[in-house]
Ligand binder design. Structure first.
Ligand SMILES: [Ca+2]
Length: 218
């Protein structure tokens, strides 16, 4: 027997001579506001590279390599077989770092010619460009953003980069987080419901800056 049911319907279980058990149904269907791009995950703290020197600095990939880990995930999306370790090596060999540890966003196209920086946007004091981010994700292009690592604006911005890979409803995104190597809700991971910071309950307030990249699919 096949029965078609929908949201708002009820399932009634009646055992002979006993009271009926009524179970209301809630059916959640994926809407246009949910989507996900398939992007491999890397952790900057993976034992294979966590203790490796970042660029030519005296800090490690494990401690400060969120950017190159995002870049490794982004490149993987476009068919390059890179890891945080190989991105670090390639960038060192091609002047991809300045001041030791800072990855040069514009250097990507010199090293990986099918991927290039489109735009850098700082939005620490303005709402994030959600419509632009949505358009990029819908087109299948992951977006690098930065957030406050400790989600506490009282002590300034501790910059942490993550890779957005999909929409999670209208006010949130799925992100590949290099710190944990896991895919998480951006707002759950880096927002707060502290009433003193109401803007931190949605992605527009959590995102402090954006790096848009274009790339050619494999
Ligand atoms: Ca902070």
């Amino acid at each position: 027997m096949k029965v078609i049911i929908g949201s708002g319907d009820q399932i009634v279980i009646k055992v002979m001579g006993e009271q009926s058990l009524i179970i209301p149904l809630t059916v959640e269907l994926p809407g246009e506001s949910d989507m996900l791009i398939d992007v491999p995950l890397f952790s900057q703290r993976d034992a294979r590279w966590r203790n490796v020197q970042l660029g030519t600095s005296n800090v490690t990939i494990g401690g400060y390599g969120c950017v190159i880990t995002c870049i490794a995930m982004l490149l993987s999306r476009y068919g390059y077989k890179e890891t945080p370790l190989t991105v670090n090596e390639q960038a060192k060999a091609h002047h991809g770092f300045h001041s030791g540890a800072y990855f040069i966003w514009e250097s990507v196209i010199r090293i990986w010619p099918e991927v290039h920086l489109l735009k850098k946007i700082d939005c620490r004091s303005t709402p994030a460009p959600i419509a632009q981010i949505d358009a990029e994700l819908t087109a299948g292009r992951p977006v690098i953003v930065y957030v406050d690592f400790d989600h506490d604006s009282a002590n300034g911005l501790q910059t942490h980069f993550v890779l957005l890979v999909g929409k999670n409803g209208d006010q949130d995104y799925w992100c590949n987080d290099p710190w944990t190597g896991e895919q998480v809700s951006l707002v759950e991971a880096y927002g707060t419901d502290d009433p003193k910071r109401p803007w931190m309950t949605n992605a527009g307030g959590v995102i402090a800056g954006v790096r848009f990249y274009s790339g050619i699919e494999e």
